[in-house]
Design a binder for this molecule. Structure first.
Ligand SMILES: NC(=O)c1ccc[n+]([C@@H]2O[C@H](COP(=O)([O-])OP(=O)(O)OC[C@H]3O[C@@H](n4cnc5c(N)ncnc54)[C@H](OP(=O)(O)O)[C@@H]3O)[C@@H](O)[C@H]2O)c1
Length: 354
């Protein structure tokens, strides 16, 4: 496989053309504790765009708004050729209950704030960021559709929401003639493949392009961590580094370091880096449109873009699959069994849709 950033792909059930790797801007700004200063962020942006990249991912509250503000600066000269994606839902003012959430007031106010921060008069793609179990889905979908009709948003999408709820939303949007969801953003990487149970098959069936975030599991798949990092003395204690964050999220564990070891072995065989192998695996996963790169430095970005040229052998893919396998869970474990195949198809040759 040899792709380039300007080998564009269609996003879900839409005609929008996006690069096969998106550029994540959560590292733009230093407020998170692990991001890049303005000059460094500018270099990341320029390097990505110069290679033909057009798909940029941010959110209303990344780096307390600095991510959107920096992008507003960087896109000043050429806004139109970019596909700018941002998200709403996170609380924008602590203590103000309506400054966050999935409801209409939060949706409209957040979009207005993002338009100001991004210094633009439209968003190419707006994600609902996190499902909050409160707002009726008709309120969300109708609000999204109104924003599309007003020309403030071109396409709508969703992240971090149960598959059954997204599936229901898409059916309602279709039946009402409202703007459909064109993308599903989820964590998907060799350490967390749980999206393969329901979210990814749902997205493929319902016309949403899958956009994996944290394709390197916060850096754990790059091989930069060792067993020493698991011990309390080396663990860091909420010191704001990405390592502390990974420990707090439960991403840095013995199981996950064992998966990173297999990634390293495959990388050595291919003459590639572990980051390229981890990203290439996400890029080549069924249903995936474009994983989001999370580079903090230009050197990391350059390394990660090498994922576009990685070719696996079937044996290498099988080893990665085995090392990272998950329990299928109900009902998928039962449905994958020989017994059920026998009951539903006998010895007939029937194609299976997945
Ligand atoms: N929808 C959501 O809820 C959601 C959630 C998370 C992220 N996202 C999006 O997805 C993007 C990527 O997520 P992510 O930052 O978690 O991605 P990631 O690729 O899993 O992790 C990125 C981190 O790994 C390290 N790294 C990256 N490339 C490396 C390399 N080649 N060599 C060594 N270390 C490397 C860097 O951390 P250090 O150098 O500091 O160790 C970097 O900040 C974000 O920017 C954001 O746009 C969305």
């Amino acid at each position: 496989m040899s792709l380039t950033l300007d080998t564009y792909r269609l996003l879900g059930r839409s005609g929008l053309r996006v690069s096969p790797l998106a550029l994540g801007a959560a590292t733009f700004g230093t407020e998170s504790g692990w991001g890049a200063e303005q000059d460094e962020a500018r270099k990341l942006f320029d390097a990505y765009v110069e290679r033909g990249g057009n798909f940029i991912d941010t959110a209303n509250t990344y780096s307390d708004g600095s991510s959107e503000r920096l992008l507003g600066e960087f896109t000043r000269d050429d806004r139109e050729s970019l596909v700018l994606a941002t998200k709403y839902t996170a609380l924008r003012r602590p203590g103000d209950p309506n400054s966050g959430g999935t409801h209409r007031k939060s949706l409209f106010a957040s979009v207005e704030a993002s338009l100001r921060q991004l210094n633009t008069d439209y968003l190419d793609l707006l994600y609902l960021h996190v499902w909050d179990f409160t707002t009726p889905v008709e309120e969300i979908l109708r609000g999204m559709d109104d924003l599309v009709r007003h020309g403030k948003v071109l396409y709508v999408a969703i992240s971090n929401t149960p598959a059954w709820q997204v599936s229901r939303m898409q059916a309602i949007a279709d039946l009402r003639g409202w703007s459909p969801l064109v993308a599903l953003q989820i964590e998907h990487n060799l350490i967390d493949r749980t999206g393969e149970r329901d979210l990814i098959p749902m997205a493929r069936e319902m016309g949403l392009g899958v956009i994996p975030y944290s394709p390197l599991a916060g850096g754990v798949l790059t091989g930069k961590y060792s067993r020493d990092d698991l011990t309390a003395t080396n663990a860091g204690s909420g010191d704001g580094t990405r390592k502390s964050f990974n420990l707090a999220l439960g991403t840095l564990t013995e199981r996950n370091l064992a998966i990173a070891d297999v990634v390293q072995e495959v990388a050595t065989e291919l003459g590639r880096t572990p980051a390229q192998v981890g990203l290439a695996w996400a890029l080549q996963s069924p249903g995936v449109t474009a994983p989001i790169i999370g580079a903090r430095t230009p050197a990391q970005l350059e390394d990660n873009l090498g994922a576009l040229e990685v070719d696996f052998t079937a044996a290498q893919l099988a080893r990665l699959d085995e090392a990272s396998a998950i329990e299928l869970g109900a009902p998928h474990g039962l449905l994958a069994s020989d017994h059920i195949r026998e009951v539903t198809k006998g010895d007939l040759k029937v194609e299976t849709r997945r």
